[in-house]
Design a protein around this ligand. Structure first.
Ligand code: ADP
Ligand code: ZN
Length: 589
């Protein structure tokens, strides 16, 4: 007998409504239709199989690639009162789990792909009814995907040997090749694909030229009290930046990179997962396979590798759907370094790499909506403005800098393509420095052709020209013309220039909509959550998410009945934690 999905949504999960495509996916699964759900991070994939697991008779088998991910999910499911277990190499309760499975006492069983495809597992499955196969991180089945796992290829025979049991594949990866491959490999018909948009509306995007990076990031960290990740470009860079950011002692800051001793790395990761306010300075490897929902900001200290990488890394912010921020800091040298690396790779990959860099250039240089640039890159047709990125919130001034760009390029050319920007600027501004006189550059036609306001544009114009590959740098840092210079010198293309904001806006930042950190009731509820989490040996977010505590702060429920109407409080959590939180609420009532 299948239970009403809305009842399960309210009672087990404590949510009032489905989000986005969840309803479509759940409806298909309950109708036993094979489905591929493509949903961005934070869209609520796990509910799509956890809810049917509760609603349907029989056990839902979940195939997942990483033990850490499985255990994370397991903890969350158990906290909701879902009867869940896993069979992995680190579980000691195999016998008990198998007994429970055979007795029909499990709603959810998590296994790794290599176990799932084994003969022993298949004969176990034959002993009790199976409601559903859920294949999480389904892109692992595809060689096109970014982390191909050969074991995923062995799943098909298992799935086929239970022809009446529906399969649900889930992934956040969505390039067309990978999608098709997943459908084919897992035997799902093309009309079984449900795609949610790529947009992460709760993430506020902002892009800034680097200009005193440590101070810039320090300001951000000071304005954002929640947990955050700062991506640095090198291992040494993570440790240095962590040290600098932690120096004033106001925030807990740790570092993470592949070169650290494994125990230290592990300890730092665990501390971050359990923390409500830690800053982690890491290389981009950090965050893969961890599922912390309450990361409030992600900062890139330099240019990411690609738009895809940027979307994925910044997407580690705000999985809980609460307001979160993504900040990208860049400099012209990032583009120059990236182009230099192109020279070192095989010829057939170079064009692709160049396109990747150009796409990043468009993101950092645009005066328009950042979200629109990202979404268009993924083939969507977003509105022109989103209202939740830096450029939409305070539209930047922009000027036509084509003439200034031509003057700058001419000066670079006429001075012999071997000087840095300082000298070229001196020539253009007509400054008779020693170097200018020694080289006779005061006799050039470009000497003194830029003054006043226009002179202020030289630095941002040089940066924009470097992004576009109209200006390049020789091995000594001297400027020279790049392949895109010709068209500008000939006046065939324009150079619109977005002016950087006059002074970095301090104070008012996106963070103000998030947690009421100085609210004594909210703080008391957080303390209560911390105690319960410690007692249960789980991260605080497993007890309740911030949004649930915030709703408590706003509505101040004074009875179990009122508490049960808060989002995120299902029957099981009400029973387990209701009294403890009511006590705090009554003290403040
Ligand atoms: P994904 O795996 O797609 O990144 P999760 O399954 O971790 O997303 O869910 C993201 C967050 O959204 C979780 O905190 C979850 O509790 C919350 N969530 C999921 N579905 C709903 C819903 N219908 N209403 C409110 N919150 C939801
Ligand atoms: Zn926008």
């Amino acid at each position: 007998m299948t239970r009403d999905p809305l009842d399960v949504l309210h009672e087990t999960f404590g949510f009032s409504a489905f989000r986005g495509v969840q309803e479509r996916v759940v409806t298909r699964v309950l109708a036993r239709q094979n489905t591929l759900a493509i949903m961005p991070t934070g869209a609520g994939k796990s509910l799509c199989y956890q809810l049917p697991a509760v609603a349907l008779d029989g056990c839902c088998v979940v195939i997942s690639p990483l033990i850490a991910l499985m255990h994370d999910q397991l903890r969350a499911a158990q906290a909701l009162g879902i009867r869940a277990a896993s069979l992995t190499s680190v579980d000691a309760d195999w016998q008990e789990t198998q007994d429970r499975f055979r007795a029909g006492e499990l709603d959810l069983l998590y296994v790794a792909p290599e176990r799932a495809s084994s003969e022993g597992f298949r004969s176990l499955l034959a002993r009790a009814p199976i409601a559903l196969f859920a294949i999480d991180e389904a892109h692992c089945v595809s060689e096109w995907g970014h982390d191909f796992r050969p074991d995923y290829r062995l799943l098909r025979p298992l799935l086929d040997s239970f022809p009446d049991c529906p399969r649900l594949a889930l992934t956040a990866t969505a390039d067309a090749h990978t999608r098709e491959d997943i459908l084919k490999q897992l035997g799902i018909a093309p009309d079984g694909m449900v795609i949610a948009g790529f947009d992460r509306p709760n993430i506020r995007y902002a892009v800034h030229p680097r200009d005193g990076l440590t101070r810039q990031i320090g300001d951000l960290v000071a304005a954002n009290p929640g947990p955050g990740i700062v991506y640095a470009q090198t291992r040494a860079g993570t440790e240095k930046l962590a040290e600098q950011l932690g120096r004033d002692g106001r925030r807990q800051v740790r570092a993470y990179h592949a070169g650290m001793p494994p125990e230290e790395r592990r300890a730092n990761q665990d501390a971050f997962i359990a923390s409500e306010d830690m800053v982690m300075v890491a290389t981009v490897a950090f965050g893969m396979g961890i599922d912390k929902p309450d990361v409030r900001f992600v900062v890139h200290a330099g240019l990411p590798k690609s738009i895809e990488g940027y979307y994925q890394e910044s997407g580690r912010a705000g999985r809980d759907g609460e307001p979160a921020e993504a900040h990208l800091f860049w400099g012209a040298e990032d583009f120059i370094r990236a182009r230099m690396r192109i020279g070192e790779i095989e010829a057939e990959r170079q064009a692709g790499e160049r396109a990747r860099i150009a796409a990043l250039g468009a993101l950092v240089e645009t005066g328009g909506c950042r979200r629109a640039v990202l979404l268009r890159h993924f083939g969507e047709s977003p509105p022109e403005t989103c209202g939740n990125c830096d450029n939409c919130l305070s539209p930047p001034e922009s000027v036509d800098a084509t003439q200034t760009a031509r003057k700058l390029l001419s000066a670079v050319y006429r001075t012999g393509q071997s000087f840095g920007l300082g000298h070229v600027e001196a020539v253009l501004r007509g400054q008779s420095t020693d170097k200018v006189q020694q080289r006779g550059h005061d006799r050039l036609s470009v000497f003194g052709i830029v003054d006043g306001e226009e002179a202020l544009l030289l630095k941002p114009v040089a940066r924009a020209l470097q992004v576009r590959d109209a200006l390049a740098t020789n091995e000594h840092g001297g400027l020279m013309l790049g392949p895109e210079a010709r068209a500008i010198l000939r006046d065939e293309v324009q150079l619109p220039l977005v002016l950087p904001p006059k002074r970095a806006r301090r104070g008012r930042r996106g963070g103000d909509a998030v947690n009421p950190v100085s609210n004594p009731l909210f703080e008391a509820l957080r303390a209560c959550r911390r105690d319960l989490a410690l007692e249960a040996g789980v991260p605080p977010y497993v007890i309740f998410h911030d949004s649930t505590l915030r709703e408590m702060t706003e509505r101040m429920p004074q009875s179990m009945e009122a508490l049960s109407r808060i989002s995120g409080i299902g029957t099981r959590k009400l029973e387990a934690y209701g009294e403890a939180f009511l006590r705090v609420l009554r003290e403040h009532g």
